[in-house]
Ligand binder design. Structure first.
Ligand code: NAD
Length: 494
């Protein structure tokens, strides 16, 4: 059985007291096992990161930036190798895996510009003969804890900016698909990142809790489900760390009566079933406004039959399996219970048969959903698209805003005024106008509102520079010695 190790201080470490299974979701077979870090292993990784910190934070910005240029080059050259790892452990189709890596690379490209991002401000003559300038310095050892659904992109969201800012990092990837983090860490090493700057600690809850309580870890970036994000936020904050904890989602796509219904149906299908719905920005609820609902449901249903579901390594597959058998059964249960809740199951994908023991499930469409039904209220995280029918634009916005999640929200319309109003009043962190999955490009930051993010700083892009640094303001005077005098009064600006 292939073993997946930790990567601490530039070395692979295989020893562990506990291991977890890693499956190939397309075959249903356990192909690997991953070492689980004990608290002592976490201590070792934190110590390695703490030891590497003084030299790395002293490295010139030019030297740091050069590492990112090389990382980018190496990741481009080895993209298909990394994509194959993603597909073998996560299940997503290879083209989608490559797309994920490309989106992650945006954060490495952003990090190459670190000398621009770390520029401070300077005020000359703030007071007579006194200048003031600001600098940003690293926070120290940073922990990055990531989910299974983007095993390359989400680590890249975090580690690029964290390392660029001069911090050293402990990356704790999902135990379900841990190999890509190891691959990425070794790429950084090959690109010249000094040992100990980026460490990968594999493991589960036990490792995470020890990281959260560790006094030498100064900041925590987390992405995962809402209940865990909420608990990570409070536990890490209780030990005095800064925290950004991104949670789950229930993303609404509002379709106004004037929208191009064919385009809206294509977008809904792509955004609901891509990556088998295991995306935090997946569209899970289409909100059909006015009398277009029947036509829109027909347009979506007519496209569903032709979707190719199969192993991610098969070039004809458009959608792969789910991450585990338990998750597949949980997803199926929402479709099975939907009719009893009062919804209409238009297409039941849970009945589809596959010639494989992989964790496959067909695509489902559930109409007439409403708040109060579990199929609407819960994040299903599978290929189940719900349709809610409302009378007016105002009803649609109310539904979006009353939902406890607030990651992304999209509107499909030809009416610029309606789109502008939606942008103004929709309570979500990322808005799409005729764009179903509005994941911001790497020069902006990513984050939701409400139960989709605990903390105040969004991830990657400009906000990440703020998160991974501490501000310092320096007030300077170079006085003429002849003007020196004693003055016990509080310094005044003059
Ligand atoms: P998860 O919350 O189960 O796990 C995330 C991380 O937390 C993993 O590293 C895991 O090992 C760790 N973890 C799990 N249980 C823990 C516990 N009890 N205590 C401490 N640590 C624990 O999430 P997942 O199933 O891996 O990922 C899917 C979820 O992530 C979905 O809810 C999805 O919406 C969300 N997600 C959100 C975003 C976003 O940007 N908001 C992006 C991607 C995924």
């Amino acid at each position: 059985m292939q073993q997946i190790p930790h990567f601490i201080d530039g070395k692979r470490i295989y020893d562990a007291e506990r291991y977890g299974p890693v499956y190939n979701p397309a075959t249903g077979e356990q192909e690997k096992e991953v070492a689980f870090a004990s608290p002592a292993r976490v201590d070792e990784a934190v110590a390695a990161a703490a030891q590497a910190l003084p030299a790395w934070r002293s490295a010139s910005l030019a030297k740091r930036s050069a590492v990112f240029y090389r990382v980018r080059q190496l990741l481009m050259e080895r993209k298909s190798e990394l994509a194959a790892i993603l597909t073998s452990e996560h299940g997503k189709v290879l083209s989608d895996a490559e797309g994920e890596i490309s989106r992650g690379l945006e954060n490495i490209e952003f990090a190459t510009g670190l000398s621009h991002m770390l520029k401070g401000e300077r005020t000359e003559q703030a007071s007579t003969g006194v200048d003031v300038h600001s600098i940003r310095q690293p926070v120290g050892v940073v922990a990055c804890i990531t989910p299974f659904n983007f095993p390359a992109m989400v680590p890249l969201w975090m580690i690029g900016s964290a390392i660029a800012c001069g911090n050293t990092v402990l990356l704790k990837p999902s135990e379900k698909d841990p190999s890509s983090s190891l691959f990425i860490a070794e790429i950084f090493s090959e690109a010249g990142l000094p040992d100990g700057v980026l460490n990968v600690v594999q493991g589960d809850k036990e490792a995470v809790e020890h990281i959260l309580d560790h006094p030498d870890v100064k900041a925590v970036s987390f992405v995962g489900s809402t209940p865990i994000a909420r608990s990570i936020y409070s536990r890490a904050a209780a030990s005095g760390k800064r925290v950004q904890a991104l949670g789950g989602a229930k993303n609404h796509m509002v379709v106004l009566p004037d929208a191009d219904l064919e385009m809206a149906a294509d977008a809904a299908i792509s955004a609901a079933y891509g990556s088998a719905g295991e995306r935090c920005m997946a569209v899970s609820v289409v909100v059909a406004v006015g009398d277009i609902a029947d036509d829109l449901v027909d347009a979506i249903r007519s496209r569903m039959g032709s979707l190719q579901i199969g192993a991610g390594t098969d070039a004809s597959s458009e959608m792969g399996p789910l991450i585990s058998a338990e998750h597949r059964d949980r997803v199926a249960s929402y479709v099975k219970n939907a009719a009893a809740e009062g919804a209409t199951v238009v297409v039941d994908g849970t009945e589809q048969q596959f010639d494989s023991d992989g964790f496959f499930i067909g695509v489902s469409l559930v109409d007439n959903v409403a708040p109060g039904m579990k199929v609407y209220d819960d994040e299903i995280f599978g290929p189940v698209l719900s349709v809610a029918r409302v009378e007016t634009y105002a009803d649609a916005v109310r539904m979006v805003n009353e939902n406890p999640y607030g990651n992304g929200a999209a509107i499909f319309t030809r009416d610029g005024g309606a789109a502008r109003q939606f942008e103004f009043e929709a309570e979500a962190g990322m808005i799409g106008v005729n764009v179903p999955i509005p994941v911001p490009v790497g020069t902006y930051s990513f984050g939701g509102w409400k139960d989709s993010l605990f903390g105040d700083t969004h991830m990657y892009g400009p906000e990440s520079i703020k998160f991974y640094t501490r501000g310092k303001i320096v007030t300077t005077r170079w006085p003429d010695p002849s003007t020196s005098k004693i003055d016990l009064g509080f310094p005044q600006v003059d």
